[in-house]
Design a protein around this ligand. Structure first.
Ligand SMILES: NC(=O)c1ccc[n+]([C@@H]2O[C@H](COP(=O)([O-])OP(=O)(O)OC[C@H]3O[C@@H](n4cnc5c(N)ncnc54)[C@H](OP(=O)(O)O)[C@@H]3O)[C@@H](O)[C@H]2O)c1
Length: 372
């Protein structure tokens, strides 16, 4: 009998090539042979992991999660959870087989090497969640996955930094190389997301706009209305990832949204509308934001002199494999609902972004005084 694993193993390369050549499949398409997949998730209990789990369950797939049991340990009691550590304790994975693995928790090249080498004989395809930070800071606008400059670092063995430390990007690039080395191009999927947001986002990188426009009468906005912005809702990204697994896709994909050039003006006015805010937006120049050392705090905005290529990333390959986007309005409406629920328990919810909350009025007053 040809099992799902046999099928995927023998057709992965062909199916991947076909999908890339012919364009992709959309949300409503069934998986390539209709059968459920057995999916191992390295991680699964943080931000994007639960979205992967929930979507995969709706598609009928079986799931196993591997993690240390530290993050949201009570989540998903009905799903098999294997305990271990990417740093060296992978014993719980030995002797098991899955159709595919989604690696959400690879931050160090050695960790990626250990899991990829172990799983190479036990799993058909390896999906590694990387980042657009794997590109070099010199990233030009609009360059595709296979022609962009890749980040590098001096000592790839250095594991002293925290996962999201300064060499996060180069380490992601090295992790990708480790997975490709073990699984080869015809059995590897690399997903390079930009800023991921939506309900459950543990950061305030988008939510600070909701908090600001809800709580303040005047809101500082740096830069220019037309400055480019990219972000992706975790639900859109993880649904597409699962469908790529179903379709037998392989290759490297930028996971950024939306499918048109979004601007700061659209984002900020979108929040303004969804929150029914009456706050006045006060646009200040790049130079003022830089002088006041707040430029880097106004996510997702990248100052004019910054690596603007990171907000102009080409997502054509992902669109060709069925990445779709819900509207900005839907994302913001759902995030507002989460904000309104959480802020009752935590008054600081949403305030960890942008200028320090208590300094915004003074900064606006200074800007106005200078430009009177
Ligand atoms: N958020 C963004 O904007 C963004 C952008 C680009 C790329 N990404 C990438 O997206 C990925 C998703 O992160 P996420 O937090 O949402 O994923 P997740 O799967 O929801 O959560 C991370 C998981 O990894 C586990 N884990 C962490 N360290 C571990 C270790 N040493 N050994 C075993 N398990 C470990 C955690 O559980 P335990 O703590 O219990 O072990 C947790 O289940 C990351 O690779 C990140 O680089 C994120």
């Amino acid at each position: 009998m040809t099992t799902r694993r046999d099928f995927v193993r023998t057709t992965a390369a062909a199916a991947g090539a076909l999908t890339l050549a012919c364009g992709g499949t959309g949300e409503d398409d069934a998986s390539s042979d209709g059968g459920p997949l057995s999916i191992l998730i390295l991680g699964g209990t943080g931000f994007i992991g639960p979205h992967e789990v929930e979507y995969a369950q709706t598609r009928g797939h079986s799931l196993t999660l591997f993690n240390r049991g530290q993050t949201n340990p009570g989540l998903f009691p009905g799903i098999e959870q294997l305990r271990g550590d990417r740093g060296g304790d992978l014993a719980a994975l030995e002797g098991r087989e899955w159709d595919v693995v989604i690696d959400n928790s690879g931050f160090y090249p050695r960790h990626a090497r250990l899991s990829a080498q172990l799983l190479e004989g036990q799993v058909d395809r390896y999906m590694f969640v990387s980042s657009i930070s794997a590109y070099d800071d010199s990233l030009p606008a609009g360059i595709d996955e296979y022609n962009a400059p890749i980040a590098s670092m001096e000592d790839p063995t250095d594991e002293t930094e925290s996962p999201y430390g300064p060499s996060y990007g180069p380490r992601k690039a090295l992790c990708e190389a480790e997975v490709l080395d073990a699984f080869g191009e015809d059995r590897t999927i690399i997903v390079r997301p930009g800023l991921i947001t939506g309900p459950g986002d543990p950061t305030d990188r988008i939510r600070h706009w909701i908090a600001r426009l809800t709580l303040h009468d005047e809101v500082l906005v740096p830069g220019y209305a037309g400055d480019p912005v990219q972000m992706i809702d975790a639900r859109d990204m993880t649904g597409w990832m699962v469908r790529m697994l179903e379709n037998g896709d392989v290759g490297t994909y930028n996971a950024v949204g939306p499918d048109y050039q979004m601007t700061m003006d659209e984002l900020v006015n979108g929040v303004h509308g969804v929150t029914s805010s009456e706050a006045e937006l006060v646009w200040v120049s790049d130079e003022f934001a830089a002088e006041k050392q707040i430029a880097g705090r106004y996510s997702p905005w990248i100052p004019g002199a910054g690596p603007r290529g990171f907000m102009l990333v080409n997502n054509g390959r992902a669109l060709g494999t069925g990445l779709t986007f819900r509207s900005l309005d839907e994302i913001l409406t759902d995030m507002l609902a989460e904000y309104e629920e959480q802020v009752v328990e935590d008054p600081d919810f949403g305030t960890r972004g942008g200028a320090p909350f208590d300094q915004e009025a003074a900064l606006i007053a200074e800007w106005r005084a200078r430009n009177a």
